[in-house]
Design a protein around this ligand. Structure first.
Ligand code: GLN
Length: 490
């Protein structure tokens, strides 16, 4: 299939649909053919529903022919990280414990996308229950980075990022608890947005760490990410943490917000551990903003730099141990056939169903919440979390957005960090504070290493000011062509 179609931003695809130069059926066929040709090597998908997608595409074509198209997403395929519910499709969380589970209902984001005419066409690989940074913790095997098949795509939404980067789907939804959208977007050379906590409903997102989890978007361009965000954002009575906010038309706002902006650069995010090639690419991006009239201010986030990872691994594991208690072998999911009684069913089903990293976190989280340790670990972590949020909000008193690298290194080799959980945890050092503070953050391509691997620029915004965050990112994107470069996988 012509690259011009599979790598085309959605804005272009929907123009082709509107002018009848292609049909939605042809579009789905194009992405399906691409996926059939390359996914044996990339392994981004856990499962696909081609027949269902074609039926929805035919319905979309009929709407368009009748002059009833529902807008720019009508007839466009969207991939779903395998942690977001789509009625009648598998929902595995890349775990053996849910290997045969079919979702009986739609997540709120799914219902909204269906109402917009978008086509949920496949389930994308991830680290089991979104715990990881490389997609190697999947019960179904790892996904490869389309830029270099010997490297990881990042994680935990690695399948989603790889599928968009490789031209297998124009859009994807992921989830970000500590960096799981931004880090894989950076590793795969695409745009990934984690919205403000509360902007997008979590109803129908299998919970990992509920106070940190947020559904977000992957696409080739900032405009496409804006379009997809506009379709999924908004209050939902099914999610008690969903915020009552006015939802602007993010895409229409883009050209209206021109800057110049006051941009903060956190000093601590450029220290030891940052790969010099990444540092140089991000400095060049900062220089671009300065050149175009933005005020660049050095700022300091000492608490986030020093404590965010530790605080995150206390809070996230505590919440995970509680959330994952529901997988007991009784209500749904895998049930051990070797069990003698009820207690044995719980123990054996969980022992057989969960992978190593998930077990490690359940054990740590249970310990953190146990009486005697709760105050010393969990409560203390919550207090430091509040301080970290305060630190960000203070910096935002005189900055519109912050700029930093998304990751300390480019994509690492498959297997390189899988034996060392602590080394793996460090790959989220620049992204995790954003989740603790509940802020929106975006990664967009800002160059390549000498070895040809994508580099990500992180832009961090003020709570619920996604429209500004997206405009800041787009100003850079419009002046560069990194997003037009795609991996060669023939
Ligand atoms: N890599 C982090 C973790 O392993 C973040 C994961 C995520 O954002 N879901 O927990």
């Amino acid at each position: 299939m012509a690259d011009s179609l599979i790598f085309q931003p959605v804005a272009g695809l929907s123009a082709l649909l509107d002018t009848r130069r292609i049909s939605s059926v042809e579009l789905v066929q194009a992405f399906a053919a691409r996926t059939t040709a390359i996914d044996g090597r990339v392994k981004a998908f856990n499962s696909r529903d081609e027949a269902g997608a074609l039926a929805l595409a035919a319905a979309s074509d009929a709407r368009r022919a009748a002059g009833q198209a529902r807008g720019p997403l009508d007839g466009i395929p969207v991939g779903f990280k395998d942690v977001i519910a789509v009625e009648g499709q598998p929902l595995t969380c890349s775990s053996k414990i849910l290997a045969n589970f079919i979702s009986p209902y739609d997540a709120t984001v799914t219902a909204k996308l269906k109402a917009a005419g978008a086509i949920p066409w496949g389930r994308l690989n991830m680290d089991e229950f979104a715990m990881g940074s490389s997609t190697e913790n999947s019960a179904f095997g790892p996904t490869a980075n389309p830029w270099d098949l010997t490297r990881v795509p990042g994680g935990s939404s690695g399948g989603a990022a790889a599928a968009v980067a490789a031209g297998e789907t124009p859009l994807a939804l992921g989830s970000d608890t500590g960096g799981s959208i931004r880090q894989p977007a950076a590793f795969c050379g695409i745009v990934g947005l984690k919205p403000t906590y509360g902007l997008v409903s979590r109803y129908g997102l299998a919970a990992f760490a509920s106070s940190l989890d947020q559904i977000g978007t992957f696409a080739h361009t900032v405009e496409d990410v804006s379009l997809l965000l506009g379709a999924i954002a908004g209050h939902d009575e099914h999610d008690s943490t969903s915020f009552q906010a006015e939802i602007p038309d993010y895409r229409a706002e883009l050209p209206k917000r021109k800057g110049p902006w006051r941009l903060g650069v956190p000093r601590e995010f450029f220290g030891a551990g940052l790969d010099p090639e990444i540092g140089a690419a991000v400095q060049k991006a900062i220089a671009f903003y300065r050149r175009t009239g933005c005020e660049i201010k050095e700022v300091s986030l000492p608490l986030s730099a020093e404590y965010a990872i530790a605080v995150y691994y206390l809070i996230a594991t505590a919440e995970a141990s509680s959330n994952l208690a529901r997988y007991d072998g009784i209500r749904y999911g895998h049930r051990s056939t070797a069990a003698a009684d009820a207690i044995d069913i719980y123990a054996k089903s969980r022992a057989e169903g969960f992978g190593e990293e998930v077990k490690r976190r359940i054990i740590l989280g249970t310990h953190v919440l146990s009486s005697g340790y709760y105050d010393a670990y969990y409560l203390r972590a919550q207090k430091v979390r509040t301080l970290i949020r305060g630190e960000f909000l203070r910096v935002f008193q005189d900055c519109d957005a912050l700029l930093s690298p998304t990751t300390p290194t480019a994509a690492f080799k498959l297997g390189e960090k899988s034996a060392d959980p602590l080394a793996m945890y460090l790959s989220d050092i620049y992204t995790i504070g954003v989740n603790l503070a509940g802020l929106p953050g975006l990664s967009l391509p800002c160059g390549f290493t000498s070895g040809g691997l994508p580099i990500g620029l992180q832009v961090i915004g003020q709570p619920f000011r996604e429209a500004d965050l997206l405009a800041v990112a787009r100003a850079y994107e419009q002046a560069h062509d990194w997003h037009t470069q795609h991996p060669v996988l023939s």
